[in-house]
Design a binder for this molecule. Sequence first.
Ligand code: FAD
Length: 560
Amino acid sequence: MPKRVLIVGGVAAGASAATKARREDEEAEICLFERGPYVSFANCGLPYYISGEINHMEDLLVVTPKRLEDRFNLQVFVNHAVRRVDPKKRQIYVEDLERGGIKTHSYDSLILAPGAYPIAPPFPGRDAPNFFMLRTIPDAEDLKKFIDEREPKRALIVGGGFIGLEALEAFTARGIGVTLVEMLPHVLPNMDPETTVHVEEEMSRMGAKIILGNGVKSFEKDSSGLIKKTILENGRRIACDLVLLSIGVRPDVKLAKESGVEMGATGAIKVNDRMETSVRGIFAAGDAVESLNLVTGKPGWFALAGPANQQGRVAGANAVGKDLRFRGTLGTFIVRIGKIVAAKTGLSEREAQTEGYDFITVLNHPMHHATYYPGAKTLHMKLVAEKGSGRVLGAQVVGEEGVDKRIDVLATAIFFGAKIGDLGDLNLAYAPPFGAARDPVNQAGLVGSHLISGEVEAYHPVRAKDQDGEDVVFLDVRTPKEWEKGTIPNALKIPVDELRKSLPEVKAKIRGRCVVPYCMEGYRSYIAYRMLKQKSVECVKNYAGGYLSYLSHRAVDIEE
Ligand code: FAD
């Protein structure tokens, strides 16, 4: 008898599962149920459809039901919602949303891939026609139609995660002024504030207003029933012609829970590395499941397209009797806002702290390619590594160019368990238009290995408040031309090339205090650090990431 495989949800995880099952088993009967009108569409492309970068909605359809039927011999049921699972009888109950009526289908293997749903608290006023969320193609079509027809001037975006930021970019491209409200003290909550501050600066440059540390209380409608004002928790009222709510998603676990499937600690469906749930014959994949965090070794929840596709593939193969494994994820993501790209893999500093790691952080601001080749742009990088082992725990990269390449190198290194020193030894591609003979990733590795070995002690500006009691003297080792553009207040100023001969003067001025050399981004101050250390200056700390880190942290302090 051919195996019967039923799949709930027809997008990233569901469609991957279905096509992999077919590639493994030509005889199986495979049915895909999707409650929406489309299968296998690119949610990730929706913001670019709103902006007009992607012109035709059809371009978002990665594969059509006809292609799934012709090429993969799948039975595709769109506008069909799976309402109930009976694991004892191995049956599902499916409602036809167009014609009505419920039909029963039997399975040998069932794959749950229902995804996640947007968090939408019952704010008063959110039933208005100019209130939107962005998850599906119909959501995007409604929003685009509203913009095309009504030509709104002011949009209010609630939530500064990657969907909120991509929407901000799209609205700005359409000539709409944006105010973005975020409850937390910075956007992209999974990253650290001194990296996201560069994103916020770009948002402001694009003309957006950013309100941090504040949430939405309600919406006020006018006589036509449209939201005209958003009321914030602190009572502030913001005029707007359109509202987009993007405050995060939750795993859609209703069907799984009602089927007796066990949930994990994160609230998502618990699965093993074969994507099997606790109920025999039922697999699950995608945004609805939790997966192993490859850094912590603990279950985590990551709603991202890459893992959803990988998990779907594993579930599809195993549903027809194969034995594939999903290894886990690092939560690697990347987002573009105007000219700036922000990306992260593994843990942020805050996450490393929460997990109880003893760690060092590397801050550096290298150019994305050789400085002498025209067009070099600054990258802002932050790496976290475990103190004892040197294992890289996470990385964040923000900048205009070359972010994608660095984050993927770092994600690959972390995936294979790299130590921070290994990054210094990586042999990466180099020619002046693409990188540097010592690539930014190599540089970060060298800085980190010095910190781990104790060869260099860093002054970490994030912890400047904790270091208030510490009596330090900042030593600016840049050139007089650079000083003209700004220095840390009260810093001693001696260019690194004159430091050797000025040592007696430095020693006299520091009078037993700790000296913190800094330059633009950390290299010249490292040379000064080594010189001072070998000339018997007892307490020296290198300013991590130099003056550029100082500016980032000052910007965070000003925001706070
Ligand atoms: P989904 O894609 O949500 O698909 C689940 C499907 O199951 C849905 O279509 C739903 O209708 C259907 N379903 C649910 N219950 C039932 C039922 N009972 N019966 C029938 N059908 C059902 N990720 C990235 O990695 N990079 C990005 O740049 C990125 N950008 C994004 C931009 C936007 C605007 C959005 C919304 C998401 C973005 N994501 C991005 C996230 C990514 O799209 C998801 O992680 C991925 O789609 C998850 O795939 P999935 O198959 O688990 O769930």
